[in-house]
Design a protein around this ligand. Sequence first.
Ligand code: GLN
Length: 249
Amino acid sequence: MCRHLAYLGPARTLHDLLIAPEHGLYRQSWAPRRQRHGTVNADGFGVGWYAPGDPVPARYRRDRPIWGDPNLLDLARVVRSGAVLAAVRSGTEGMGFAEAAAAPFASDTWLFSHNGAVPGWPGSLHRLAAALPPEYLVGLEAPTDSALLWAYARFRLASGVPLPVALAETAAAVDVQGARLNLLATDGTTIAATVRGDTLSWRRASPAGVLVASEPTDDEPGWHHVPDNSLLVATSDAVTIEELAVEVA
Ligand code: GLN
């Protein structure tokens, strides 16, 4: 299982958001505290962020452990953003190791990450894949369950549904026993996240904004644990949590 994180609020450096916190995403790559599956997240990482006046995010991804990339430290010192989504990857067996398999996946104004695994992949996702127009399958970024789930979410977004609905529908379209589906996405102004099978927490950021993360990035008070089978929707000043439907609507 990977770990992921999203932030909306006043512009902060990537260093401040990812590296400086005592148990931040950087440290979670080798010492996660709440991870339920896997031990280290060393199979790549990625950061996506939005710059003022441009709705399309930038991405920096690598196929190596986050601690083994000195370039990130340099970038993180100077890049600041008010909307960030980042992930460290522990690749699921059989799903390959490549930069293209590291979240965040991106399309248009969106960033997406999946923390989890679908047992029996790829055969078990046959029904979901069959619902997709061929261009979504041909354009798959990586041979992973996460890339296929993102293709399905993009397909739903293209039909005009809001981001949280697209994630909920994607989770509901996976009719596979034991599937772990912690999905996380943003368009730079809203964060949507599903919780099914692994941990998720959120807190108000200081001095303002919101942080949504697989696990708390420090031991300060103010973190809220999100229950399993939830859909979280956050803007920089409001968070709602509702039950995640199991069936496709
Ligand atoms: N199954 C996905 C992959 O292999 C996500 C892995 C994870 O959450 N550890 O990339």
